[in-house]
Design a protein around this ligand. Structure first.
Ligand SMILES: C[S@@+](CC[C@H](N)C(=O)[O-])C[C@H]1O[C@@H](n2cnc3c(N)ncnc32)[C@H](O)[C@@H]1O
Length: 482
């Protein structure tokens, strides 16, 4: 074993003590599975695997997992793998040169996707210690360099020389092939197509008709699930197209085409923001959408570039927010529920996507807040939004798009958390919960509960107003106070 392989005697901090015993998958490993970076047949290397919790848990997903750790598993197999996990390693390395070398070593071992995760600056308050190099040395002599979300992405981009994407706060993906990055972006924007199940030729045709109506174009055989393509193998492309055209509802097809045109523009706008690749690198379904809904790729790119430029135009963004059929607009921002986010005008969807690529959208969020002065997006988490008539804010994560600075705020320890009123305003008007929420708002208005808006924004003020008005809540009903 060479000196560099067993270098833990040379470490200036107790790095081994940073490894925790995991009983379930770490957040980044779970994210990589959800994002289809780790699939059942992927080979995975957990580089700096600590006590090996992720290696064991990942073997439930794919049998092809190896781990290596300079302290815990120095004899592990550091082999070339489809996916390499480098999770919570960089932040414990006190030597900046070694930190960068470690990242590069993990990148060399990556065939497809490198997943880098670190602890983030918002955990600063949990960390006690003294300043050491570019971080903090704790009383146990463990070191932490906390990254900001933007810093992590640029750090990985600078070292690897490729465009990276923030999958979630503190989790960055670097892709070896641009096709893989673009497929990932496309999946974030337009989740995989849903096909009606089919077990004979007639139901397969019904499924293609349904797809055509939703997408606005007839699918190509290569886009279909294999079993469906086999059921339709007796038809040539022209015959299939003719059958579908006579069966599909033209109005639905036109609606589908409109939606797909906007989704393509959104994708190309996001792609420009993250780094545009050549047409041939785009996922097949995007290439086909471009051919079907635009006169050329050039035209599609020009339109999406204009859209991205519009994001700089305050009046345009403000106009889009005022005209949006969803969300609640305040003097500073538009607030939209997660379920309604795809109903926003395309420029606002682009706005939210750009922020999420730059800083990572958190896993748990309920409302997105899009500022109309300056450019910034916050994702607000109200875990009880559906059940609590006035849900309490648990946390918020904000990215400023002009500086790429992020901030996180947890309200969990607070005795007086901010809460929501008029829940229906955040949803799409057709959302099934809207009538129930609107009824509650109307009765609260009639009871005088909104007479002092400056008092009701937090738990204690709201409770005091309920008492003053002699009311209490039972589920989503307002009743007389006992
Ligand atoms: C906080 S633990 C993370 C372990 C594991 N990845 C996880 O998420 O559970 C940090 C690990 O990084 C390892 N480590 C320290 N320096 C390293 C280096 N230069 N290369 C690879 N791993 C290193 C340590 O031995 C330690 O097990």
């Amino acid at each position: 074993m060479s000196l560099t392989d067993r270098a833990d005697e040379l470490w200036e901090s107790e790095r081994r003590l940073t490894a925790i015993g995991r009983t379930s998958l770490s957040v980044p490993a779970r994210q990589a599975i959800v994002d289809q970076q780790i699939r059942p047949n992927s080979s995975v290397l957990d580089y700096g695997c600590g006590r090996g919790g992720d290696v064991r848990a990942l073997r439930e997903v794919t049998s092809n997992v190896e781990g290596w750790d300079p302290h815990y598993l120095p004899d592990g197999n550091r082999r070339l793998s489809d996916v390499v996990l480098l999770t919570y390693v960089l932040n414990v390395i006190e030597d900046p040169d070694e930190r960068c070398r470690t990242l590069l070593r993990a990148w060399e071992l990556t065939k497809e996707t490198l997943v880098v995760a670190t602890r983030l600056v918002w955990e600063k308050s949990k960390l006690k210690g003294t300043g050491f190099r570019d971080g903090v040395l704790t009383s146990r002599r463990t070191f932490q360099h906390l990254f900001s979300a933007g810093e992590l992405r640029s750090y990985v981009e600078d070292a690897t020389g490729v465009r990276c994407v923030s999958a979630a706060p503190g989790i960055v993906y670097a892709f070896k092939r641009d096709e893989a990055r673009l497929s990932y972006l496309a999946r974030r924007i337009a989740p995989s197509a849903i096909w009606l199940t089919s077990d004979d030729a007639a139901s397969a045709i019904a499924s293609v008709v349904d797809y055509t109506e939703r997408r606005g174009r007839v699918p190509r055989v290569e886009e279909m699930p294999t079993q469906m393509a086999e059921l339709l193998a007796h038809l040539n492309t022209a015959e299939l197209q003719r059958i579908v055209r006579v069966s599909a509802d033209p109005e639905k097809v036109a609606e589908g085409a409109k939606r797909s045109t906007l989704t393509t523009l959104l994708f190309l706008g996001v792609e420009l923001f993250n780094g545009r690749g050549p047409f041939g690198c785009l996922p097949l379904f995007v290439q086909l959408d471009v051919r079907a809904f635009f006169s050329s790729y050039k035209e599609a790119c020009m339109r999406s570039d204009r859209l991205l430029l519009k994001l700089r135009d305050d009046a345009y963004v403000r106009g889009a927010m005022n005209g949006a059929k969803v969300g609640k607009i305040t003097p500073t921002a538009l607030y939209v529920h997660r379920r309604a986010i795809d109903h926003m005008p395309v420029v606002l969807r682009l706005y939210e996507h750009c922020a999420s690529l730059a800083a990572g959208r958190p896993q748990e969020w309920t409302l997105a807040k899009l500022r109309h002065q300056g450019r910034g997006v916050s994702w607000l988490d109200y875990p009880e939004f559906d059940t609590d008539p006035h849900p309490r804010l648990r946390s918020s994560y904000m990215v400023d798009l002009t500086t790429l600075k992020t901030s996180h705020m947890s309200y969990e320890p607070s005795q007086n958390r901010p809460l929501l009123h008029r829940k229906h305003e955040f949803l799409h008007p057709a959302d099934p919960d809207v009538p129930k929420y609107r009824r509650l708002t109307d009765s609260e208005l009639r009871a005088g509960l909104y007479a002092n808006p400056h008092l009701i924004g937090t738990e204690q003020g709201w409770e005091a107003e309920l008492v003053r008005c002699g009311r209490q809540l039972r589920g989503h009903r307002l009743i007389k106070r006992n």
